[in-house]
Design a protein around this ligand. Sequence first.
Ligand code: ATP
Length: 281
Amino acid sequence: MAQDSPILQVEHLTLSFGGITALNDVGFEVPPGSITTLIGPNGAGKTSLFNTISGFYRPQQGRIRFQGRDITRLPAPERAKLGLARSFQNIALFRGMSVLDNIKLGRHCHLRTNLLQNMWYLGAARREEMALRADIETRIIDFLEIDHIRHAPVASLPYGLQKRVEMARALAMQPRLLLLDEPVAGMNREETEDMARFILDVRAEWDVTVLMVEHDMGLVMDLSDHVVVLNFGHVIASGDPGQVQADPQVIQAYLGAGDITGLRRRLRADAASRLAPAGEA
Ligand SMILES: Nc1ncnc2c1ncn2[C@@H]1O[C@H](COP(=O)(O)OP(=O)(O)OP(=O)(O)O)[C@@H](O)[C@H]1O
């Protein structure tokens, strides 16, 4: 695969639930090293698309290629092994377990030794465990600044930290492509700013491509290199943030859904910064 080939290619994807067509001939590409964001009004099909890409839903038609390989029929755990990890809209951690144990579960998909081998070859398993611990402790926990809570049960943590732990677990899977489902939903401003910084740093320091679904237009426009807009299961626009927010079809889709506030606020802020004298923007 050429270095600048898309890391993910979605082609003519169609997904129906009974009579409801959630995705209709959806196609887009994720450039390697990019932060690409899927946006669209409620019910547009974003979660269905995420679930199809990560292998939880099987599309009726179409193809998904990851790093050039057709993964359309591959089960979710196999996709994870290839380097496709995700977080969930509603945090999916083991709440009674510690932060560290949750993160370890993420790494589990790459462990070479299975249960039987663990019983017979304790030496190898032990060494792998030690290496795993070191890797987790020195890189992921430090990177996400969660050292102080590593032994805390997840349920005891504030929401913003739980989201960070979920990202840590996804990183432990050593992904090439990280799917983040609404990474800042329900966060306050400070937590949102922290998460925005982590998303940028993940790309820069871990060489991970990011594909996210997000409703926070400020975050979308600030972080994304590439935005794909869904409406009623169709891709209605794609391009850089400037192109997308000026697209009449996108504005119409958000107006139609009565969901224009975020987009409009963002457009006003951008216009104000363009009009402000140099140094004041
Ligand atoms: N498991 C399911 N069974 C039946 N219909 C579903 C299912 N999942 C999604 N749908 C339908 O598919 C369409 C797309 O839903 P989806 O949740 O993918 O949209 P979304 O863009 O993620 O919305 P939101 O922003 O509200 O999360 C909707 O009409 C929804 O009702």
